[in-house]
Design a protein around this ligand. Sequence first.
Ligand code: PSV
Ligand code: MN
Length: 401
Amino acid sequence: MSTAATGDPQEQQQRISAALDGFCIEVPSWGFANTGTRFGKFVQAAAATTIAEKFADAGEVNRLTGGCPTVALHVLWDMPNGTGDVETIRTLEAAHGVKAGSINPNLFQSQEYKFGSIANPDAGVRKAALDHLLESVEIGKALRSRDVSLWIADGSNYPGTQSIRRRIEWMEEMLKATHDAMDDSQRMLVEYKPFEPAFYHTDIADWGMALHLARVAGPRAAVLVDTGHHYPGTNIEQIVAWLLHTGSLGGFHFNDRKYADDDLTLGSIDPYQVFRIFHEIVSAPGDTVNNIAYMIDQSHNLKGKMEAMVQSVVTAQELFARAALVDQEALRTLQDECRLVEAEELFRDCFWTDVRPMVREWREEKGLPVDPLQELRASGYVERIGRERGARNQSSGGSYA
Ligand code: PSV
Ligand code: MN
């Protein structure tokens, strides 16, 4: 039995082309906007400010990579008038050939959320948060977007200052009410994060808490794994395996990190981890795998935003292609016979295979640019938007919205 990457070159090409045909990754609208750190913002001439500019950039990334037909929207930043902005989004979808993807309510910026949103001890604030969630559900319906994607920033900074248990009950109630408002085509994704902005306790800190809340909310709620939202050393692919096993993996926010939630380019620090996550997915039986929402959640402060986004998508495609090479049957036999080194070598062979020529071949088959980054540079797109947007970006000092 071969312990190398699967089969002959032709078979490898087929596997990779089939895998990439079925692989899409959503780009975040906020990945094109001026962002920074807690200490300041570095303005880029080409950064998008308006939702029209964000759609234009997302459309260009999709044209270059062939893998990003949807763009995630953050309600407060992209649709400040809520359902009142639906028509604008529809027009932009038609103009740029990309559709609205996940709808992300914003429960962390308003002053009233200082002590929490859906877990705030004040019933009035919880009601305001619920209203925003319900409006997000309506936006999803109007735009035919499947996923309402929730990140709850709530938590506390000092022991004894909040009742962790009562806050669980409030969250259960709010998420159930939100789920009840969804129609059958919609899903709720529950994202977890261990710390930041809260530094003592975060109300949805890990996948166990997210899974519990998703189950209480209802059958169309599932867990969202943001790769940056774990403590260093966490075995993320194991979490993914458990969520797959329990039929509760809703989607991913991909990014990379060295320390905490650094939002660096996917695969820039640890590409092997992304490969291991993808391997769990491609090796899993059952239905969950067909409904996983792959999304990028990154903000690039130093790299050019368009370049970084194209680089991220291409990296995701390459790592997904490598995971598709694993000969699952051969690996299973080696695992069953506890032939450890051979099993590991089979796995590593696939990770170390240079799939770039085969990914290029797939791009050619699809009529896509064979080198998306090179094409971005040659197209002059970044220079053009830099000229068009530069003066405004400079004078505004950059803007989130
Ligand atoms: C929070 O850190 C997060 O990962 C959530 O997904 C937010 O929606 C996103 O980042 C943008 O700030
Ligand atoms: Mn996220």
